[in-house]
Design a protein around this ligand. Structure first.
Ligand SMILES: [Zn+2]
Length: 238
């Protein structure tokens, strides 16, 4: 199996909120995209693990992802440690992504920054042949993604680059709305949370619209990079 882009999120719905338009665009251009959730989001106030798993599956289908995996780490408590780095490295080696998208380096939810550090370190370790991992009893070859970028979720981080997703905003919103248990839904009588307000749901589009405004398109998603960004030719930038 060979995936072009692996999108990793601490919780099911991180991907949809933050980079689903970019993924939908790449899938429309024929790229193979897989999603890997680190936890089942079991600490969420609303919904259940089972409901969330169904919603995540539907969202992946809406986006056209090749596969969606869940590592079942502890929501809220998983650590950036050797055991988790090796599990993540085994998936990176299995899927061989050229690019990894992951959580913001700093965000409101402490899992997000921890997940970002865990993914960055796992991508590095995955490239070391002396780091041993196995899949279904077979030892795996080293693989290091060429690029790791962080999507923007809760905090208004200053992006290092933005992607025009104007043609894919409807697909992104459809994928976000697949999480009916989590976001604004006047028909649900569960407790209010920071992400269940009308304002939060609206923020998904007012952020993409604002990033779009800054580059002269309708909607865009922003990313940061821990490493200096390089282009081959200067006019690779649009
Ligand atoms: Zn999250």
């Amino acid at each position: 199996m060979k995936i072009d882009i692996l999108a990793i999120g601490a919780h099911p719905d991180d991907i949809e909120l933050s980079c689903a338009g970019t993924l939908a665009k790449e899938i429309a251009h024929g790229k193979q995209v897989a999603i890997l959730d680190l936890t089942q989001g079991e600490l969420a106030t609303r919904g259940t693990v089972e409901i969330r798993a169904k919603e995540a599956k539907n969202a992946a289908n809406i986006l056209g992802a090749t596969a969606r995996y869940n590592l079942n780490f502890d929501d809220g408590f998983f650590e950036n440690n050797k055991a988790h780095q090796l599990q993540l490295a085994a998936y990176i080696r299995l899927l061989k992504p050229d690019m990894v998208l992951c959580n913001a380096i700093e965000d409101r939810h402490p899992d997000h920054g921890r997940a970002a550090a865990l993914v960055l370190e796992s991508c590095f370790l995955s490239g070391l042949q002396q780091v041993k991992t196995t899949h279904e009893g077979q030892s795996q070859d080293a693989w290091r993604p060429k690029q790791v970028y962080h999507y923007i979720q809760w905090n208004d981080a200053q992006p290092d680059f933005v992607v025009d997703i104007s043609a894919h905003i409807d697909t992104k919103l459809e994928a976000v709305n697949a999480y009916a248990s989590q976001f604004f839904n006047p028909k649900i009588s569960e407790p209010e949370t920071p992400i269940s307000s009308q304002n939060f749901l609206d923020s998904v589009t007012y952020r993409t619209a604002n990033l779009g405004r800054l580059i002269g398109v309708a909607h865009a998603e922003g990313f940061t990079a821990a490493r200096l960004l390089a282009v081959d030719r200067i006019n690779d930038l649009i």
